[in-house]
Design a protein around this ligand. Structure first.
Ligand SMILES: [Fe+2]
Ligand SMILES: [Fe+2]
Length: 138
């Protein structure tokens, strides 16, 4: 695993993060009704987490000599709350796998700090999926 291959994977993860916080920001703005207020608050809090993940990835890409390149997915999110939660639980699980693969790639490239941070971000995404599963009542 070369540093350039790691940078490519980091850019992929960066775009997933940016797509995620844009989607969560939009969803938080569109959710109405007191029955969904906890979901709206959760999305607003998670925007902050995902921005932090994206910022870390962009910084690391630059420090490894790469260039962060953004091409986020701007597909409009579902309009009903249960569909939002189901979709996002699946996406958070994809992110857990992505970060575990990045942790392995970082270890192979000898980037131990990155390996540990990718494991931490995998744990954050697993926690997000769990919170959403609770709010969905599943
Ligand atoms: Fe994230
Ligand atoms: Fe997340």
């Amino acid at each position: 695993m070369t540093t350039n291959q790691v940078i490519e994977k980091l850019n992929h993860a960066l775009n997933r993060e940016v797509s995620t916080f844009l989607r969560y920001m939009l969803q938080a703005s569109q959710i109405k009704g007191s029955q969904w207020e906890a979901v709206r608050q959760m999305y607003m809090e998670e925007v902050t987490d995902e921005v932090g993940h994206a910022q870390y990835l962009a910084n690391k890409i630059s420090m490894l000599g790469g260039t962060p390149i953004l091409h986020p997915d701007l597909t409009p999110p579902p309009s009903d709350v249960p569909s939002m939660l189901k979709n996002d639980i699946e996406q958070e699980k994809v992110d857990v796998q992505g970060y575990l693969e990045l942790a392995d790639a970082a270890e192979q490239a000898g980037l131990i700090d990155l390996k540990m941070k990718m494991e931490e971000q995998a744990a954050d995404e697993a926690h997000h999926a769990e919170e959403m599963t609770r709010l969905l009542g599943a």
